[in-house]
Design a protein around this ligand. Sequence first.
Ligand code: ATP
Ligand code: MG
Length: 503
Amino acid sequence: MTTFRELGVHPEICDALERGGITTPFAIQEMTLSVALMGTDLIGQARTGTGKTLAFGIPVLQRSVSPKDPDYAELPQGKPQALIVAPTRELALQVSSDLTLASADRGLRVLTVYGGVGYEPQLEALEAGVDVVVGTPGRLIDLANRKSLDLSHVHAVVLDEADEMLDLGFLPDVEKLMRMTPETRQTMLFSATMPAAIVSLARTYMRHPMNIRAESSYENATVPATAQFIYQCHDLDKPEIIGRLLQAEDADKFIVFTRTKRQAQRVADDLAERGFAASPLHGDMAQVAREKALAKFREDKIRVLVATDVAARGIDVRGVSHVINYTCPEDDKTYVHRIGRTGRAGATGIAITLVDWQDLHRWKLINKALDLPFDEPLETYSTSEHLFHDQGIAPGTKGRIADPKPVEKKEPRERSGDRAPRNRNRNRTRTRSRGGEVVAEVKTTESGEKQVEKVESSAGSGSGSSSSRNRRRRRSRGGGGGQGGGQQGAGQNSQGGSAPAGH
Ligand SMILES: Nc1ncnc2c1ncn2[C@@H]1O[C@H](COP(=O)(O)OP(=O)(O)OP(=O)(O)O)[C@@H](O)[C@H]1O
Ligand SMILES: [Mg+2]
């Protein structure tokens, strides 16, 4: 097996990596290192969690001159020698930390330049002299405009998550930054997803780039060791489903991705109220709070991070057993990156996507783009036997581990007009319909909790007279008529009555 040393990596970097438990190069590192160490431009594509950071990080560090080195005297003193750009602050911090680890013995000064925090520490560090700058575009441009950051001497520019950096949102800023750097620079672009259009655009910023892929085709963009499940479910049932999943056999840490910041907040609050240590992570939070949430998640002080796409790319946290898409992701790329937060560096992972009825079309597009076999997601409830079976949830498990909080008097409610005041009519039942057909009942229990129950669709509206209890029993016993029957039925649910609806 090839070693980092055989690939020409500096012994000081090899030693530092070894101390961090990194001894054998991963595929993308083996494929790119010898090329990148020569200063060649390259586009590197490899699946999520397969070591792209060091694939660009090692050459950046090795081709920078250490202040310990006699040659350092010939450089413009203290000016950045390399620039790495990332789409989010948390990712910039993480890349910096990986580089700091790898350069521990080289004495290179790595600085993270990012927004949402004070200018002073960054200005002071730049003043004192830095060698490698890792940053997000806004603050980088800001500091460059103030003449505090001089990018005119960098030998290398890296765009991590390059397809995102070259997408419309970031492109003008990235172009500005590129123009501040020398034309003779080495340019390296890395991502797990590199659509052809972005590759052609990228080439205009590069000189004879090599295109290196660690796998042969885009259709395998997802990590094979991550088991994927797609369930069609009701919005109101999702917290209960997640609460049950959190008690599944191999459940460790979870990242739950939501569509909006408000939803992230709400779901995190809901899960916390159910007794699970959860925290939101989204762009409306103060930067200090964002970093604190991620730090607590890394340190196992919380188990669930409920995040917007701010955490979709690049973030590497050990022990993430599950990624849950609370709603269908925007597109195939977002899906690939989100679920890539689990199953990293050879670990296995579970990715569960909860698709609402109105998002079914969107899901089908993703399914097709990635050539996945989940064209018809199974209709799924927190009580569905196949959910318990697929996910290794013990029979009888409920989606909460703490007693419900006493019902509050005043209640700011998520969707106004969607429900009657809670104090009246507490034991209510109301129905949800799809195209006029009743598909589920939403019941509010004594404790104020909502339960979503499927209504047998074959029975149509004529089943009005049968009580909900009968319906429940019929479903958990037979699994018969409907599509709810799940895969191989023989699992733990065969004892019958195993997945009651709770109440
Ligand atoms: N050669 C190696 N041996 C062991 N672990 C490694 C090696 N290279 C990287 N790792 C570890 O693998 C994990 C994933 O690496 P990294 O974050 O660079 O992945 P990535 O390819 O950038 O993923 P993403 O596409 O999600 O950004 C990290 O925890 C990293 O420390
Ligand atoms: Mg990465």
